[in-house]
Structures are given as C-alpha cells and as structure tokens.
Ligand binder design. Structure first.
Ligand SMILES: [Zn+2]
Length: 390
C-alpha cells in the first residue's frame, strides 16, 4: 500500500544520508551534498528558484530556494539544516525509514528531516503564489554543518542571507522557542616548572595551582549567576568537562589543561566570565604559583532571544491554536541552534517544528507521525495567514 504523501516524503529524506563529517569518514554517508541535491529538486518542483552556495568542501554545499514577490513588502525565511549526527550508536537501520506503531524511525527522522518534510508538504505552489501576491517574498535555506557548532548558518548569515522573519526548523514539539543560551567552550592552559617529585618546592606544580583555581572559577560563575537571569532560560550554567596534564607520580606537573563548557543567557556578556578567570590566573602568576595561565574561547555559539510578544511568535501561536485548539507558552532551551547566527541579521527569529528533541541523536531516533501531520498542518495555516492584513 502506498504511504500517505507526507510520510513518503519523510521516508525519501531519511533515505538520503547526510551525516556531518565530524561524525563519520565513510564516503557513502558523509557530507550534505546528497541532501542539498534532493532539496534542490524538491524546491524546483514547488516552483522555487534555486541557488547553490559552495563551500571549500564540495561534499558540503548549502542550497537556497526563493520566490520573490513582484512588489515585495517583507521576506519570510525558513531554515533547515541538512546534516544529521552519526549512526554508530543506532540499533535500527538508519537510512530506511521504518514504520512501526505510528512512528517513523531513522537517522534524522526527528532532527530534522521530519520538520523539513512538514515544511515541504505545506509549501504548495498555490501557497507560494498567494504569499507572493500579498507582497511576501519567500526564502528557504538548507544549511550544512549545524550539528557541530552551527558553522554553516554562520557562513550564510555572514554572506548576506537574511529576512524580516526567520523560522528555524528544529524539533520543538510545535512550540515556538524564542530564546536559547549560547555555548562557549574554553581551554584554560596552565604552565609551571617541572622537577623531581621528591622536591616539590623546587618546581611550580600546575596541579597545585589547579586546586586553587577550581574553587575560584566556581565562585566567579556563581557571582555571575546571581547578577544575571532570564525569564525563560534561568541562569548560565558551567560544566567542567575535562582536566588533563602532568607526567607521572614522581614528576612535578608543569602543564594542566582545563576544558569548560559554559552555557550563557543572552543578557550576560560572556566576556565577564573570561575576565574573571584571567584575573584568577594573573593573581597566581603574581604569587609565583604559575609561570603562565591563559583562557581561550575555542568554540562559541551565540545566545539568542526574541520578544515573545513580537508578531512572528504571536502569528505562529495563532496557527498552533487554530490547528490544535491550544495556545502554548513560548519557550527557551539550553540547546543551541542555527537561530543564533540568523537572529543577528534577521528582524525576528524563532525555532519551531514537530518532533521532540528527546528523540534527536538517539539510538532509535523516530518521529511520531501524528505530531508530524500536526506540524505540517500548523505550517500550512501559518503560511495561509501570513501577511494577510485584516
Ligand atoms: Zn537539529
């Protein structure tokens, strides 16, 4: 029996492997090119004008689809990321799209080929024409490299891709996510002086310095938590992810590396924490307890926040309410997304889509098909009402 078209569309997308190269070296599944090809075809079928944006790796292009209004008043953008995480942990065939218990299983079923299918299903040529007639230019962005630090979206935002309203598709259980924390990863490098373990006073032990630094870092982090909070996100968080260094039992350790993951709310400047850490390190250097100490931000995804009362979240909530009969509250999350780079260049940005982030990246990733259909219906309603002036 043939599948309903929306389910078939999702299965087709699951069958196109697009694993982020950071998660695989297998050329049969590595990179986003196959997904970009598939989306380009689907965009063309819907009457969109398509454009490829190449990156240094030919297996990792971005793809755009656009339909410009003859008399443009505003631009509405949807963004999907083309990549998925790897498949090493999967217990089910990752690229088949297995149907069981009203769910479809496969890598990307939830994150985020489900939302991609829902959007493409809702995006009929008639709806695109109606949007254009109302002065709405439509832009659909397929970005590579989300799963390893939102790099693809950063490049696209920097290259001039922008809109008045941007809907970033991710599994949010069909609730508008209007804020998330930023992710800052740090390397703190301590340098001391080595020597014989029987004479610790003759060297400078970076591990002894470490014992003094950690409580100070926790204190500085707590002080920032007390100063800055956000109504949807709470306070910034800190994970001391990894500590490494030293040589062996009887050698004074002369190097220590501390790796931190700090998730920062949009109302707190990440530089405040960095300055506090550098101050702690400088004090120890002055006291002769370290030769040198540096803190370096090695990876950053910015935080983002949109006012829940703005027109984009409210019009999406109108669509949710008219399809489900319920008007959920806007939410904030601790996971990051492509919303961060696009929020810096777009008027209003939010994250939305069917599926639950709890099923993303799992060994048996799936999306509930009723949730998928609800997501497609909400997006269809949103498109029908968008730009209609009362
Ligand atoms: Zn995702």
């Amino acid at each position: 029996m043939p599948l309903p078209p929306l389910h078939q569309l999702l299965r087709d997308l699951i069958r196109v492997p697009s694993v982020n190269p950071a998660h695989t070296s297998d050329p049969a599944i590595r990179g986003e090119r196959r997904m970009a090809d598939a989306l380009q075809t689907l965009f063309t079928e819907r009457g969109l004008v398509t454009e490829r944006i190449d990156t240094p790796d030919p297996e990792r292009p971005a793809v755009l689809g656009r339909a410009d209004a003859p008399v443009p008043k505003q631009t509405l953008m949807f963004e999907v990321h083309l990549d998925t995480v790897g498949i090493d942990n999967m217990t089910l065939p990752p690229f088949e799209g297995i149907l069981r218990d009203n769910r479809m299983y496969g890598r990307g079923a939830c994150d985020m080929k489900g939302a991609t299918a829902a959007l493409l299903y809702a995006l009929t040529p008639e709806r695109i024409r109606a949007l254009n007639a109302r002065g709405v230019s439509l832009l659909i962005v397929g970005a590579p490299d989300e799963e390893c630090g939102t790099k693809g979206a950063e490049t696209l935002a920097a290259s001039g891709v922008r809109a008045d309203h941007a809907v970033i598709l991710e599994p949010t259980r069909c609730r508008p996510v209007v804020a998330h924390k930023g992710a800052n990863w740090y390397d703190i490098v301590l340098r001391g002086r080595s020597g014989h373990g029987s004479q610790p006073e003759a060297g400078i032990s970076t591990h002894e310095a470490l014992a003094r630094i950690l409580p100070e870092i926790l204190r500085a982090h707590k002080a920032l938590q007390q100063m800055h909070s956000h109504p949807l996100l709470g306070v910034s968080s800190l994970n001391i992810g990894r500590i490494s260094g030293g040589h062996t039992y009887n050698i004074i350790p002369d190097h220590t590396l501390i790796q931190l993951d700090r998730r920062v709310i949009p109302t707190e400047d990440p530089a405040l924490f960095e300055q506090a850490v550098q101050h702690i390190l400088d004090e120890l250097i002055r006291e002769g307890r370290l030769l040198s100490g540096t803190v370096t931000r090695v990876n950053q995804t910015a935080a983002f926040a949109t006012n829940p009362g703005d027109t984009l979240p409210q019009s999406l909530l109108d669509a949710v309410e008219s399809v489900t009969g319920q008007r959920p509250a806007c939410e904030g999350t601790s996971w990051v997304s492509d919303a961060a780079p696009f929020s810096t260049v777009c008027g209003q940005t939010l994250v939305f889509g069917p599926g639950d982030i709890a099923q993303a990246h799992t060994e048996d990733e799936f999306i509930d098909l009723t949730a998928l259909e609800t997501g497609a219906a909400i997006l269809a309603r949103f498109l029908d009402d968008y730009g209609v002036t009362g």
